[in-house]
Design a protein around this ligand. Structure first.
Ligand SMILES: Cc1ncc(COP(=O)(O)O)c(C=O)c1O
Length: 306
């Protein structure tokens, strides 16, 4: 269960957690046209708190909404403020924030013109998505039989509600089979992303991640590439196959929820030594230092809560 907080920001006002209800004829509930974000706030070394890459998350929320023709009835800064206030009003110094843009009720059918575009922001305490143990020791992944979306079937650059049916099917399939997370291949058979994460492999000291073609442009993915540049770890964004995961020295997932989670096994093949490798560990350490405000070089990624 999501641990309840006091208030949810809904259409410009705070309402009690239990009162944040929508009508069953809300358009998005039926057709999936909506946009959302997942954002984390961390306690920082100096005793404060900061939202990680808030601007980029809100940029992506607007981009996702734009892709599915939703005009968010608030400015970028108003959404940023709603997110900051939702954390503050709930007394959260660390946690996960979920803004969502959706189409309310009114008309039905696919082409609607007058339904309200609604926005909510909820926040709650949420630990490691793939488990604390997973972050430390690595998880077991499996390639799902469900492909990632074709680029001209669903709009993969957006974090769009309906797109996640595909992710849910993949996640269920592999969890039911006893694994922790799904690897999804694109429609040409190359490794695309996880059900809610981007994917990196390391081979011979070289970091590699799938190009942006058919995947969500992850903000953690971008952070990792920036960290790699800083740490002088060579990298490339280019397609790779499932057997390149099998023979990788290291592999990890990145995502706001999953943070940086090493993969110790994929499709029952041990990855590298079966333990988080040295490059994964360096990147993980650098990432957690940054989110916790220990690296002044990346202070601009932190939206400090006042
Ligand atoms: C399908 C998918 N890929 C990748 C990611 C990682 O993106 P980010 O690092 O911005 O959270 C997510 C999570 O938002 C996702 O849902």
């Amino acid at each position: 269960m999501v641990p309840k907080t006091k208030k949810i920001w809904l259409d410009g006002k705070f309402v009690d957690w239990d009162a944040a209800q929508v009508h069953v004829l809300s358009h998005t509930l039926h057709y999936g046209v909506g946009a959302f974000e997942g954002i984390r706030c961390y306690r920082t070394e100096d005793g404060g708190s900061a939202i990680f890459r808030l601007k980029e998350h809100v940029d992506r929320l607007f981009a996702s909404a734009h892709i599915v023709l939703l005009a968010i009835p608030y400015s970028h800064e108003e959404i940023c403020q709603a997110i900051r206030k939702t954390l503050a009003v709930n007394g959260l110094t660390e946690g996960y924030v979920r803004p969502i843009v959706f189409i309310g009720d009114g008309e039905m059918g696919l082409f609607v013109k007058t339904n309200p575009i609604r926005v909510a922001v909820a926040a709650w305490a949420w630990g490691a998505y793939l488990g604390e143990e997973g972050i430390k020791k690595g998880i077991r992944a499996k390639v799902s039989s469900f492909n990632r979306h074709h680029v001209n079937a669903a709009m993969t650059k957006g974090k769009i509600n309906g797109n996640y049916v595909n992710s849910v099917l993949a996640k269920w399939e592999v969890v039911k089979a006893g694994y922790d997370e799904a690897v999804m291949l694109d429609t040409e058979g190359y490794v695309a992303e996880g059900s809610g994460e981007n994917i990196f492999i390391v081979r011979n000291g070289f970091l590699q991640t799938s190009p942006l073609t058919s995947i969500l442009p992850g903000i953690t993915r971008d952070s990792v590439l920036t960290i790699a540049r800083k740490l002088d770890i060579p990298f490339k964004e280019s397609r790779f196959t499932r057997d390149e995961m099998y023979i990788a020295d290291e592999m990890f997932f990145t995502g706001t929820a999953a943070e940086i989670t090493p993969v110790r096994e994929v499709d029952d093949r041990r990855v590298g030594t079966g333990k988080p490798g040295p490059i994964t560990k360096r990147i993980q350490e650098a990432f957690f230092d940054i989110v916790r405000g220990k690296d002044a070089l990346f202070a601009h990624w932190l939206d400090v809560l006042k």
